[in-house]
Design a protein around this ligand. Structure first.
Ligand code: SAM
Length: 298
């Protein structure tokens, strides 16, 4: 079976590395991981891992185990390729699979260093000037495993201390799949383990224009259990994609039904301003950001 991201593949890699909303999501996730004390020594699971961006953050932050799961064989192929060369540039990736395993430090390295024991605040590292990366936090690849699987039908891969899910739940096509995803994640977490999920905020379309931040919503169709949003990653060329606009209450209900003991929400955080994105740019974004952070305790 072909899935949406089997064809989006490399355009998603481009979006992830250039889009401002993605930078804000990473900043938000890093802040939450830092608040939990980092990931050093933890068994971690990254669901809807895509090309492994967040899985690599976990591994390089010193996780004992970092397992990335995605339904798309193409995204897992890209993840494995990035695991070899550790870069986020598509051209480099395509040309260098299996080549030099010691490339220049990448953006991944900078954010991973933020997760390392004793690291400085994540924002300061993730947005620091070129050359400020304080070295690599953990050996590359040694603890990364990738699995092609549907999170709604996830086998027992754990137990894990921590799961991340960046834009997983918006891929659930109906309520039963959404609930099955939360149940699978809960079953793979130890008691007291955490789920950190980046989830879209509902209700922005047609009032909010996110195109300065790398994504555009073009339609909202009422069908099924949650509205279907038709959107574009503003890459070159742009690429169409779809996701479900679950209300936060739907997500919370699914988490509780799956047995999570606590459910919490945090607003999106934004990186410090720099030459490319000033304070006014981020202030406008924070008025109605694309996503929020959902935190659940197993
Ligand atoms: C927007 S991408 C996010 C990728 C990654 N989390 C990141 O932030 O770079 C959504 C990903 O979810 C994956 N996906 C969709 N449905 C899934 C499912 N049921 N189980 C696991 N992965 C799924 C897609 O293949 C795609 O790679």
């Amino acid at each position: 079976m072909r899935f949406q991201y089997d064809t989006i593949g490399e355009r998603f890699v481009e979006s992830k590395t250039v889009a401002a909303f993605s930078a804000a999501d990473t900043h938000t996730l890093l802040g939450a991981l830092d608040a939990l004390g980092g990931v050093s020594g933890l068994d971690t699971l990254d669901l809807a891992c895509g090309y492994g961006y967040n899985t690599r953050l976990l591994a390089r932050g010193g996780a004992r185990r970092a397992v990335g799961v995605d339904i798309s064989e193409e995204m897992i192929r890209l993840a494995r390729a990035h695991g070899v060369i550790g870069a986020d540039d598509v051209a480099t990736l395509e040309g260098a699979v299996g080549a030099d395993s010691s490339p220049e430090p990448s953006e991944d390295d900078a954010v991973a260093a933020a997760l390392a024991p004793g690291a400085v605040a994540p924002g300061a590292v993730a947005t620091g000037p070129a050359g400020s990366t304080p070295g690599r936090a953990a050996p590359r690849d040694t603890s990364i495993e990738y699995v092609v699987a549907d999170t709604a039908k996830l086998p027992q891969l754990g137990p894990f201390d921590l799961a991340t899910a960046v834009y997983l739940f918006s891929q659930a096509t109906d309520r039963s799949a959404l609930h099955a995803m939360f149940r699978s994640i809960r079953a793979n977490l130890r008691d007291g383990g955490r789920l950190l999920a980046i989830v879209p905020n509902a209700g922005a379309y047609p009032h909010v224009d996110w195109s300065p931040y790398g994504v555009r919503i073009v339609d909202r169709v009422h069908e099924g259990d949650a509205p279907l949003l038709k959107a574009q990653f503003l890459t070159r060329p742009s690429v169409d994609f779809e996701f479900r606009e679950w209300a936060h209450a739907d997500l919370a209900e699914a988490a509780v039904e799956a047995g999570f003991a606590t459910v919490g929400w945090q607003p999106n955080r934004t990186p410090p301003p720099d030459g490319a994105r000033d304070e006014a740019y981020w202030t406008a974004y924070r008025a109605w950001p694309i996503s929020s952070l959902m935190t659940c305790t197993a």
